[in-house]
Design a protein around this ligand. Structure first.
Ligand code: ADP
Ligand code: MG
Length: 336
């Protein structure tokens, strides 16, 4: 009798597998979103089914990019509009902007003002210096300490008025600027991934979200870049329903007078942070992972560990000498 039931069960299971439509792996890459490379990989029943998902994902990401862009105007008010109107009237904005800025305010408070989206005036000096340096390497220069200190006087959340009820935002200081580079990609990846089916992997410039597993139940493998070699991996982690985000000193760099400058600025010095080569964060939520990776890059390890605990997140730190530290949860996810 028992054997009969088992046999029937086995038949049912095999039948189920035999009938399940075979899924094929597809991938699409885009270069026009968030000034970075975006890759969507996923398993779908047909190329048409994958394309439908991919089109939706890229459309949603493009909409977030347009809203959070501080360099280009968009059809609707975006963060460039908010920056352009600094010192002027409140700017009516899309609810996603309000949502992102509220997240930014929370992140500022949680990180002791280290990750601060109102640092735009300071970050703009670094952005301009980098753009200049890449165009004219022979005359490359870092911003002067005086200019940075002067810009730093026009930062801080007391200069940003977020009126949730009215749906408006206002920078009260004409020289204040927003820069959401530290959190926007993770936020957008999180929102978009909420509508993604299982069996998809989205990477927005290295802000990776693994949704579910592969169709055969296998975990996704995500490589973590070696800070010293863009073509090499430090290690690979396995993931499902997880965000993997790295902040490193090897991105958006320029050299002036023999010194290499990168893009994560320590608000205590107004200069690129020198504590770590890279920090990788694993967290269920991609927006949190993005904020945390920038935050941990700017913190002592002990402070970072305390912050990770609040989010149930894990991390890998790579020190300037190449030494690596990781939480137990991170170690458990290393492949091989
Ligand atoms: P990436 O943009 O490479 O994913 P991060 O998430 O660490 O890396 O964000 C770095 C970006 O955040 C910078 O390019 C800049 O726009 C912005 N940024 C740099 N330093 C800070 C800071 N201390 N607080 C808030 N934003 C910052
Ligand atoms: Mg970040």
């Amino acid at each position: 009798m028992k054997r009969g039931i088992l046999f029937a069960l086995a038949l049912l299971l095999c039948g189920g597998i035999a009938c399940a439509p075979r899924k094929t792996r597809y991938s699409e890459t885009r270069y026009d979103l968030f000034d970075t490379v975006t890759v969507l990989t996923g398993y779908a029943e047909s190329e048409a089914a994958f394309s439908e998902t991919a089109n939706r994902v890229f459309e949603e990401l493009a909409a977030y990019h347009a809203l959070f862009d501080i360099y280009h105007d968009a059809e609707r008010n975006n963060l460039k509009t908010v920056n352009d109107c600094a010192g002027g009237d409140p700017v009516p904005v899309d609810p996603a902007i309000i949502d992102l800025l509220l997240l930014g305010r929370e992140v500022d408070a949680l990180t002791g003002h280290r990750v601060n989206i109102t640092l735009g005036a300071v970050l703009a000096l670094w952005h301009d210096a980098r753009t200049e340096a890449l165009e004219h390497p022979e005359s490359a220069a870092s911003p002067s300490g005086d200019a940075l200190r002067d810009a730093a006087r026009h930062t801080g959340f007391d200069l940003l008025l977020i009126d949730e009820a009215a749906g408006t935002v206002r920078l009260t200081d004409p020289r204040a600027r927003l820069d959401v580079g530290a959190i926007a990609k993770g936020y957008a990846a999180q929102r978009v991934s909420e509508n993604l089916p299982d069996g998809y992997l989205l990477s927005v410039g290295g802000n990776v979200v693994a949704k579910g597993t592969k169709p055969d139940g296998a975990l996704w493998s995500v490589g973590i870049q070696d800070p010293d070699d863009a073509a090499a991996l430090l290690l690979t982690v396995t993931a499902s329903d997880l965000a993997i985000v790295t902040s490193g000193d090897y991105q958006r760099v320029f050299t002036a007078d023999g010194v290499r400058y990168h893009h994560i600025i320590d608000p205590e010095t107004n200069y690129p942070a020198v504590r770590w080569r890279s920090v990788t964060v694993l967290c269920a939520d991609s927006a949190a992972a993005d904020a945390l990776s920038t935050a941990l890059f700017l913190m002592e390890r002990e402070d970072g560990e305390a912050l990770l605990k609040q989010f149930g997140a894990d991390a890998l730190w790579v020190a300037p000498g190449g030494e690596r530290f990781m939480t137990e949860g991170f170690r458990e996810r290393i492949k091989g």
